[in-house]
Design a protein around this ligand. Structure first.
Ligand code: ZN
Length: 469
């Protein structure tokens, strides 16, 4: 008796028998296909081979470098081989920078070397290096409050520890020092900035990363210290004598140059102009092979689209894989993408990005209008057996997705377990051995459910009001 009623009213009817307010928005048929896709992904998806190929055949791919160029070619070749309907690039303009060498050593009172890495787009020391006394701050806020007279001529050392959490919530507060520390140090007349690495490991690797460098009048060298070296410096300072450190850093800023967003599509059979974007970023930092950040994400979204491309028919809407360029230096590829496509934003029905390593997905967050929560509830029925719980509706969909979310585009967030992500993030130790093929299959299983149902469903996800509205 239920079925005919549903078909007469387009599915929106009180089902008296069950006492539920509304019939489910996703059809049983679509849900069944998603379930088959999910189980296929769990059994036989192979995102691991993709990240293996990227890390072995391309390796480091910092934006604007030759490795970046090779990554762009690699991504197009792979997408074509996977049978995507359209594969193309869109050029972006990126600032470029050469990382030369970076050495640091304590000169007195206890001479010994320190393990450091230049922070992104940082300045060089004068040739032959510089030597100065260390002044320590518990965090960047303390440096910002310090009188310039106290900082002038010294090396400002920001010694803030990052807390480990499954959500990665310790990252934001710790990364403040990296973003703002060099600017603050330079403005107060420091000769350089040293930063306890933004990371959760105790390995002797420094974590690089981007700083705010625009319009800093006299930029100074800025280096991340490995956690054990930050401990060492801290212990020397506790002995109460001035600590002199020598830095020798070579870097070079180049003029802006081209990079690319790489895009591959599974074209929709009914509404090709309506698009779901699933993204990851193709660029990486340059010291590791970018297996976790973001090779795993690249592999997860490419494998998701490949599985959907294998279906006997295309989904109703277009599934667009966007591998963003220049994410690491400030979401440059995503910002330029949104600018270039601003007139089509209403046709982007949802966005999501995988950019949090290779851990299992444990939480499903969304950013949907309240009227569409029942769609997420239905997706949850397929995600829960993967060990995924329902999260909140405050997802920004991943770093690059946040640029779309700011314009009201609905977003999904398949939140990965990030407990150990910041042990490796932006270090030489971000390598393939940290990626578990089994975990990637679980990721793809979740992504394929979300991506298929969003591109295939009858209705849409509406728009989400933004802060400015
Ligand atoms: Zn990343």
């Amino acid at each position: 008796m239920l079925k005919p009623l549903l078909s007469l009213t387009g599915g929106l009817i009180t089902t008296m028998a069950l006492g539920i307010a509304q019939a489910a928005p996703l059809s049983q048929e679509d849900v069944s296909v998603a379930e088959v896709l999910r189980d296929r992904a769990l059994e036989s998806s192979d995102a691991y081979s993709i990240v293996e190929s990227l890390t072995v055949e391309v390796g480091p791919r910092r934006t604007g470098t030759e490795g970046d160029e090779r990554a762009v070619a690699w991504a197009q070749d792979k997408m074509k081989a996977f049978g995507f309907d359209r594969v193309y690039t869109e050029q972006i303009e990126v600032p470029r920078w050469i990382r030369g060498h970076a050495h640091a050593e304590v000169i007195s009172p206890f001479p010994q070397p320190l393990v450091v890495s230049s922070l992104g787009y940082g300045a060089a020391t004068p040739e032959g290096g510089l030597t100065a006394e260390i002044i320590e701050f518990p965090d960047v806020q303390a440096l910002l409050k310090a009188p310039a007279s106290q900082v002038k001529g010294k090396i400002a050392f920001i010694n803030k520890r990052m807390e480990r959490a499954r959500t990665g919530d310790g990252y934001g507060p710790a990364a403040q020092g990296r973003k703002l520390g060099m600017r603050a140090a330079a403005e107060k007349g420091a000769v350089a900035m040293l930063l306890r690495s933004v990371g959760t490991d105790s390995d002797r690797f420094a974590h690089t990363g981007m700083m705010s460098v625009d319009n800093v009048e006299n930029p100074v060298p800025a280096l991340a210290l490995s956690a054990p070296d930050a401990n060492l410096l801290e212990a020397m300072l506790q002995r109460g004598k001035p600590v002199q450190v020598k830095l020798d850093v070579e870097t070079e800023r180049l003029s802006d140059g081209p990079s690319f967003n790489v895009i591959g599509e599974i074209t929709g059979r009914e509404k090709p102009e309506e698009v779901m974007i699933i993204g990851a970023h193709l660029d990486s930092w340059d010291e590791g092979t970018g297996a976790l950040d973001d090779g795993a994400g690249v592999a997860i979204v490419m494998e998701t689209a490949r599985l959907i491309a294998e279906l006997p028919q295309r989904p109703r809407r277009t599934l667009r894989v966007v591998l963003f360029g220049a994410e690491e230096i400030g979401l440059v590829g995503a910002k330029q993408y949104v600018e270039a496509h601003v007139k089509e934003l209403d046709n982007i029905i949802a966005v999501s990005e995988s950019d949090f390593g290779a851990g299992k997905v444990w939480r499903f967050d969304t950013r949907l209008p309240e009227s569409k929560f029942d769609i997420a509830d239905q997706m949850m029925q397929l995600l829960a057996p993967l060990g995924i719980e329902r999260g909140n509706n405050e997802s920004y969909g991943g770093p690059d997705s946040s640029v779309f979310v700011a314009r009201g585009v609905p977003a999904f967030g398949l939140y990965q377990d990030g407990t150990d992500y910041f042990d490796y993030h932006h270090t030489p130790n971000d390598t393939l051995d940290k990626v578990d093929p089994e975990n990637l299959r679980q990721n793809v299983a979740a992504w394929v459910v979300m991506s298929f149902l969003t591109t295939e469903m009858e209705g849409d996800l509406g728009r989400v009001p933004t802060a400015s509205e």
